[in-house]
Every structure is written in structure tokens, then in C-alpha cells.
Design a protein around this ligand. Structure first.
Ligand code: ADP
Ligand code: MG
Length: 614
């Protein structure tokens, strides 16, 4: 048998390496930015077209490259940053593996212009899929400009798996922010499709954070500073009230490199213990400075995971530093034993709780033959659903099951107006049972129906929004006065992407530039209280429900708005409210499937219930 093992050609090896290093346009942005920083640039410009799918260009005023270095930089394992294995233990640069440029060149079209300050002429290099197409002398400013075009042109699988422009650009913004944040001494800007997104001047760390996340951040930050022999902790943490429901602004940097570190995150959470609710996450921007010899960054190709040699020590230092700052700035908890929550339910004097009553239909014969059941996996057919229900209402009104729902007045002021102006609510309602403020249970002909309350409202609101869209009958309400909202650039870019679609469903929002927006009209279904909060929660919802955008931009926006309305309803419902939800749900075109493809309604057939008892 002949030998069968052979070495892969460089271009193939590079393409394989690219799979690890360059997962999406944002990864290329990260690598190019890191190279610019390593080159000692003081000014960096990032230009993006179509979320990086068409163009990613990074222009720096760093040290530039000689013609030979320019050519060498695209070779695999070619780096100026380390010489031997020993250097791996004293890395002070962001890059060192020498594979980023080789990887990017394997899967894109590259045009690089570079010149060293001391050289008169620069080099123009054109590479397509690892092949050098041309190299010539050129006049260009000192520094380096690398344009990456048609990313993944020869890896269709990668290209096809890229998400929408909104999402891919969101990833780019994240990478940009991470680099920009920890290098406030560098002037840096980001343009997308010819529009400026960030233009950040040289400043200090705190001001850079504020410039990235918006002015309101200014009052929310508390400085953190702790120096020990082995580790320096510096940066800022958010006052407890800035804690978010979603993991938002949480940044660790190790020697100026953004890292993910669950263990250190835990240290910060420990420091916040009892200051913020369990369900929320603290904001932090923390630099951990250690001796480069005591940190291993080489455990993952993207270099965002690191190992600290003195992990335990770094953990304690982070926790102590944060705790100390929160204490020093008077943010320690004030214990108020009189107001212990949970013991303070206001009940009228002499109130006797009533047990729920169950009434039984003496006529009911459980052995009577069941009526033919409706097939499971029912298609969207309102008639069918109606049939299913009609029969039940009669069954129900004979008093087969009766339950009492405790009526808790809904305190939520921010609720949508789903139930408003519904004076035509039926007086007597079919008996519906609410379970744990989450599900509505009804008896149906074939068994028992369980409806996911929140998803049902989502479906109802979604169809209302989309049907008005197609009939061009969007119902708007004018705000009493225009509301001004200030957004951080990252959030503003999300709003810009969807402002038109929001407009189509009744949100009249206009941009005044630099992250300021004015809200004048809302869809009629929204409660006009607190519209500022509404915009913020919409954006937050957008970040958390990215898959919905796969529906297409306009339906995706409608689905997120519907979700936003529905979120306010995880509470106890009055019987009439439940009835209305059920009625409106089954008047929908597709009552049983949510916009994200999950189920809204399940029917548990008698036979299946019987099986439970076998
Ligand atoms: P690494 O950063 O790990 O060394 P890269 O593939 O990213 O590997 O870059 C290879 C080499 O090309 C770098 O070591 C550096 O010498 C040079 N280089 C890359 N980008 C720039 C730049 N923007 N300015 C100057 N030199 C650069
Ligand atoms: Mg690099």
C-alpha cells in the first residue's frame, strides 16, 4: 500500500485556521483593531459596509510595514511580536500567534496599503484567497490601511450562516467597544454604510465609557482602585441601581485585553451580594493588571479566555476592590427591619380567607361515550377551534368544573391597553382556570386545553399589528407632549435600523442626531405612560430576541413589540380578562403557534389524562 499522508497546502491550512479565528465579520474587525493597537497607532478609523459582508477597512497611523514585512505578514505563523517560546510567557501585545492576517487572506479579497514613517514610498498589496495578485509601490500616508472585501467569498457555508445585517453589525459594535473602551488614549471612529456610529476623541477611561454608553452613565459609575504586589485592579462599577435584568455592560480586561471570565464575574457578584436583586446583573468595567508572566492567553485562538496563575488571589482582589468601593461611596445596604417584605400584606381587619369552591354536576356520567375528538396538531382554522370551544362552553356552564380566581387588582401602571374600552366584556363567562399566573386551563371536548398566557397575548397583539399594517390602518395615539430619549451609540444603531419599521406600526420617532430621539406617537395598543422606558425596553427586547428577526424585518419588529406588550401580563387575570384572551386568541389566523415557532396551545386528550393514572 502506498503512503497516504501528505501535508496540506498552505492555502487549505489557512482556510482551516480561519474557521477558528474568523467566525464572522466582527472577528476580522477585532483582529485588525488589535493589530492597529499593537502597531502603536494613536488614531484608528474603522469603515464598514453591509455589516462587514462587503467591506471591512481599518486605517491606522501606526508603525507601518516595510515591503518585505508587508508580504510576510500574510504568511502563516508570521509575527513580529514574539521570537521564541520563552516570549510566550511575557506577552505585552494583543496579537502573537501570527495567524490573523493569513486566516483573513484565505477567505477574502484583501487590499493593503502600508508605509513606515521613515520610508518615502509605501506598498500596495492585493491578495485574493491566499494568492498574491499584485504588489507594487505606492504613495500613501504613514501607517497601515487594510481593506477586507467579500468575506467568506470562497466559504459559502460560512457566508450563508451569517445572520442579518442588524445582528452582524451588533457584533461588530461589541468588538469595537471592547477595544475602544480600554484604549481611551487612542482616537477611534466607526462608520457604517457611510454614516458615523462612533467618533471617539482621546480621553480618560471614565469619559470613554460615558462616550460609548451615553451621558446618563456618568452619574452611575463608582471608581475602583486596588493595588497589591501581584495584581492591580482599576476601573469602574455601576451603582447598584444600574443593575440590569440582562447581562449588559460587563467588561473585564486583563492587561488591556478584553476577556471572558466566569470566575471573576462571580467575584463581582459576590461583592454586590444583597445590594441588588438575585435576578439582575451588576455593571462593571474592570482592568486586571498582572505580570504578563503570570497569565496564559494562549488557551483559545480568539484569545478571550485566559488563565491566571494566581486565580484565587485575583478573585479575592476583585471582590475586595469592588466591595471597598461600594462601601466607600456610601452604597452599603441600609437595613430596615420594619419594612421586611413578605410580612406586610395589607389585609382588611377580620378578613377570613375563603377556600376555593368546587361544584359538581350530579348529572355528569364519566362513562358516557366521548364525542369524536379533534385531531392533534390542528391546522390554523378558526371554525375548528370554535367548534372545539362551543361545545365546551355548554359543558362548562352545566357546572362540570368551577373554580374561583382570586381577583388581585392589577397594580401595573405600565400595562398595555388590551383590556381597556372593553365594556362589552361578557357578563357571565365560561369557567377558565389560571395556573401560577402563567397558564389558562379550559375544559374542551376532547380533554383539557392549556394556553400559555403570555404567548397568547403576544400572538393577539402580533396579529393586530400586522393586520393593520397590511390594511394600512395603523392606529396611533399622539403623546401628550413629545418625549426625548437619549441612547448610547450601540442602542441608537439598533433603533436606527428599525426606526422605519417601528414607524409603520405606529411609533413616530425622529432622530435629532447624536443618540437623541423624539417620540411623538405610539401605537394605540400601548399605554402612553413612560414612553422613554418603552423605547429602552423595546431595544432590550430586541437584543434578547434576535431570532425573531429571522421572520423578516417588519414582522420581526412587530413580533418584538408584541412581546414587549405581553411581558406586562404575567400576573393574575380576572375571569373576564381570561375570557377575552381566549376569544381574541381563537379569532387569530394562527392561534396555536407563536411567532418564534413554539406552541401557544396544547390539548391534553382524555386518553392521555387516563394514561397518567395507569
Ligand atoms: P500577530 O498579530 O499575531 O502577530 P497577525 O497575522 O495579526 O499576527 O499579523 C502579522 C504581523 O503583521 C504582525 O506581527 C505585525 O508585525 C504585522 N502587522 C499586522 N497588522 C499591522 C498593522 N496594522 N501595522 C503594522 N504592522 C502590522
Ligand atoms: Mg494580530
Amino acid at each position: 500500500m502506498p503512503d497516504i499522508i501528505r501535508l496540506l497546502p498552505d492555502s487549505v491550512a489557512n482556510q482551516i485556521a480561519a474557521g477558528e479565528v474568523i467566525q464572522r465579520p466582527a472577528s476580522a474587525v477585532k483582529e485588525l483593531l488589535e493589530n492597529a493597537i499593537d502597531a502603536g497607532a494613536t488614531s484608528v478609523r474603522v469603515i464598514i459596509k453591509d455589516a462587514g459582508k462587503t467591506l471591512i477597512q481599518v486605517i491606522d497611523n501606526g508603525c507601518g510595514m516595510s515591503p518585505t514585512d508587508a508580504r510576510m505578514s500574510f504568511e502563516r505563523h508570521a509575527t513580529s511580536k514574539i521570537e521564541n517560546a520563552k516570549d510566550l510567557f511575557s506577552i505585552r501585545t494583543l496579537g502573537f500567534r501570527g495567524e490573523a492576517l493569513a486566516s483573513i487572506a484565505a477567505i477574502a479579497h484583501i487590499e493593503m496599503k502600508t508605509r513606515k514613517e521613515s520610508d518615502e514610498l509605501g506598498t500596495l498589496l492585493v491578495i485574493e484567497g491566499s494568492k498574491v495578485k499584485s504588489q507594487e509601490e505606492t504613495t500613501c500616508p504613514a501607517g497601515t490601511s487594510i481593506a477586507v472585501k467579500n468575506l467568506f467569498f470562497n466559504v459559502p457555508a460560512r457566508r450563508n450562516f451569517l445572520k442579518s445585517d442588524v445582528l452582524e453589525f451588533r457584533h461588530i459594535i461589541e468588538e469595537f467597544q471592547r477595544v475602544a473602551m480600554v484604549h481611551p488614549d487612542i482616537e477611534i471612529s466607526l462608520h457604517h454604510n457611510e454614516k458615523p456610529v462612533f467618533q471617539l476623541n482621546k480621553t480618560n477611561f471614565k469619559q470613554r465609557i460615558v462616550n460609548i454608553f451615553g451621558n446618563p452613565m456618568n452619574e452611575k459609575l463608582v471608581p475602583v482602585e486596588l493595588k497589591t504586589e501581584q495584581v492591580n485592579i482599576s476601573g469602574f462599577v455601576g451603582k447598584p441601581e444600574t443593575a440590569r435584568k440582562t447581562r449588559g455592560e460587563q467588561y473585564f480586561f486583563a492587561n488591556g485585553r478584553f476577556i471572558r471570565h466566569a470566575y471573576l464575574n462571580h467575584a463581582v457578584e459576590q461583592a454586590y451580594q444583597e445590594l441588588i436583586p438575585d435576578s439582575s446583573y451588576p455593571t462593571y468595567f474592570l482592568n486586571v493588571g498582572v505580570d504578563p508572566g503570570s497569565i496564559d492567553v494562549n488557551i483559545h485562538p480568539t484569545k478571550t479566555e485566559v488563565n491566571f496563575q494566581y486565580g484565587q488571589l485575583v478573585y479575592s482582589a476583585v471582590r475586595a476592590a469592588v466591595k471597598q468601593s461600594l462601601g466607600m461611596f456610601g452604597i452599603s445596604p441600609t437595613l430596615d427591619f420594619d419594612a421586611e417584605p413578605g410580612f406586610n400584606i395589607n389585609m382588611p381587619k377580620g378578613y377570613q380567607p375563603k377556600p376555593p369552591t368546587i361544584s359538581i354536576n350530579p348529572e355528569y356520567n364519566p362513562f358516557a361515550s366521548p364525542k369524536p375528538s379533534v385531531k392533534a396538531g390542528i391546522s390554523a382554522n378558526r371554525k375548528e377551534w370554535e367548534q372545539l370551544f362551543e361545545i365546551n362552553k355548554t359543558e362548562l356552564s352545566t357546572g362540570l368544573i368551577s373554580t374561583e380566581t382570586t381577583e388581585i387588582a392589577s397594580g401595573g401602571k405600565e400595562e398595555s391597553r388590551l383590556f381597556e374600552n372593553k365594556s362589552e366584556l361578557p357578563e357571565t363567562t365560561a369557567k377558565l382556570l389560571q395556573v401560577h399566573n402563567r397558564f389558562i386551563v379550559a375544559v374542551v371536548r376532547s380533554g383539557m386545553m392549556v394556553i400559555d398566557q403570555q404567548k397568547a397575548i403576544e400572538r393577539i397583539e402580533y396579529e393586530k399589528l400586522t393586520s393593520k399594517l397590511s390594511s394600512h390602518k395603523v392606529e396611533k395615539q399622539q403623546c401628550l407632549y413629545p418625549h426625548t430619549v437619549h441612547l448610547a451609540p450601540g442602542d441608537a444603531s439598533i433603533l436606527d435600523e428599525i426606526i422605519e419599521e417601528l414607524g409603520n406600526i405606529g411609533f413616530e420617532i425622529s432622530s435629532l442626531g447624536s443618540g437623541t430621539y423624539v417620540l411623538q406617537c405610539l401605537p394605540a395598543s400601548h399605554n402612553p405612560l413612560n414612553p422613554e422606558g418603552l423605547i429602552e425596553s423595546l431595544i432590550e427586547n430586541f437584543k434578547n430576541n434576535k431570532p425573531l428577526l429571522a421572520l423578516g424585518k417588519q414582522p420581526g419588529v412587530a413580533a418584538v413589540v408584541a412581546k414587549d406588550i405581553a411581558m406586562k401580563f404575567n400576573r393574575s387575570l380576572k375571569p373576564q380578562e381570561m375570557q377575552l384572551i381566549v376569544d381574541e386568541l381563537f379569532a387569530c389566523q394562527i392561534p396555536e403557534i407563536a411567532a418564534d415557532g413554539s406552541k401557544i396551545v396544547r390539548v391534553l386528550a382524555i386518553r392521555e389524562i387516563e394514561k397518567l393514572f395507569q
